[in-house]
Design a protein around this ligand. Structure first.
Ligand SMILES: *Cc1c(COP(=O)(O)O)cnc(C)c1O
Length: 328
């Protein structure tokens, strides 16, 4: 393995803390609960994309790029962290966002503008065409764009989560803890790919649960294969002989509610529960939904009270402010 010799641009405050959720564990009469604070990666309010961007930026700079181009939803945490990473590295940033420019920019979108990104609004169905057009246009102007896929989820980006899993294993070793289950929200797959591959590389023996925040089985039954593909691209990138099969990728379905970005009781209750028992703030789209799913699984007795479950907080809280109406 050659992670240490891969191009990397430092962005994150690492290691992120692992904390005990004592009050909440007691309240739920459930398993021991831990939280890994990747909402605290530090870059412009933090989140999981910062870890992926360290390796994506590394490659972009090594290739001589002067502009980052990526895409996402209007409240994309990935776009906001990409805009911040570009600013820090002295690169331009072009963001292709779904939908129409809202009257008031709030949450992540407000930060995109503050961070100096150039915004392009399009219909979601036009994404691929717009990306190709923008790429050609920038090249025509003599610029050197580096394209980052949705969520930064490819083999290069997932490397950030292989490193994260090695980091967590070291934290568990130092504290003498054993973790039986790790649960996190999953959407574009890079985080899960890195965690699954990192677990194999580091010899983690507990169970990994990616809770899908935007798909319901079997509608997207290829998702596990997509995650395994990203993990294997990542293994090739880092020079690991490990190969991940789709059966090793465990996805929890059934929590997508009314769909991506639509806040319901599950998220509202989960956000309040964690805030009021531990003073930790979740987000409405990803971590709030994933945590709501975890609480439901705990209440249904899926985990033994003697077990330890770690929730990987992937960030996203800036989006809370764009959902003020739905959350009130
Ligand atoms: C992007 C994101 C996720 C999902 O990560 P993927 O690598 O896209 O699966 C989870 N939580 C938050 C807050 C995110 O922004």
């Amino acid at each position: 393995m050659q992670i240490d010799s891969l191009p990397r641009f430092s962005l994150a405050h690492l290691p992120t803390p692992v904390e005990e959720l004592k009050t909440l564990s007691r309240r739920l009469a459930g398993p021991e609960l831990l939280i890994k604070r990747d909402d605290q990666t530090g870059l412009a309010l933090g989140g999981n994309k910062t870890r992926k961007l360290e390796f994506l930026l590394g490659e972009a700079i090594a290739k001589g790029a002067d502009t980052l181009v990526t895409l996402g939803a209007a409240q994309s945490n990935h776009c906001r962290q990409t805009a911040a990473a570009a600013a820090k590295a002295g690169l331009n940033c072009e963001l292709i966002l779904n939908g129409k420019k809202p009257e008031v920019a709030n949450g992540n979108l407000l930060l995109d503008e503050i961070l100096g990104a150039n915004l392009h609004w399009i219909e979601r169905s036009q994404r691929a065409a717009k990306l190709a057009e923008l790429d050609a246009q920038l090249r025509g102007q003599g610029r050197k764009p580096y394209l980052i896929p949705v969520g930064g989820s490819n083999g290069v980006g997932a490397t950030g989560y292989v490193v994260a899993m090695l980091e967590l294993m070291e934290q568990l070793r130092m504290s003498g803890r054993r973790v039986d289950h790790i649960l996190f929200g999953t959407s574009s797959g890079g985080t899960q790919a890195g965690i699954v591959l990192g677990a194999r590389v580091a010899g983690f023996t507990g169970k990994l649960h990616g809770l899908s925040i935007d798909k319901n089985d079997p509608e997207h039954f290829e998702y596990e294969a997509e995650v395994a593909q990203i993990a294997n691209d990542c293994a090739a990138y880092i020079g690991s002989p490990v190969r991940v099969t789709r059966d090793e990728v465990k996805v929890v379905y059934g929590y997508k509610g009314e769909g991506y970005g639509v806040v319901g009781d599950l998220e509202r209750d989960a956000i309040r529960l964690l805030a009021r028992s531990e003073g930790i703030v979740l987000d409405p789209v990803y971590a709030g939904r994933a945590f709501g799913g975890l609480v439901d699984l705990i209440r249904r007795g899926v985990f033994k009270p003697s077990e330890t479950v770690l929730f990987w907080h992937t960030g996203g809280a800036p989006a809370l402010f764009a959902y003020a109406k739905e959350l009130a």
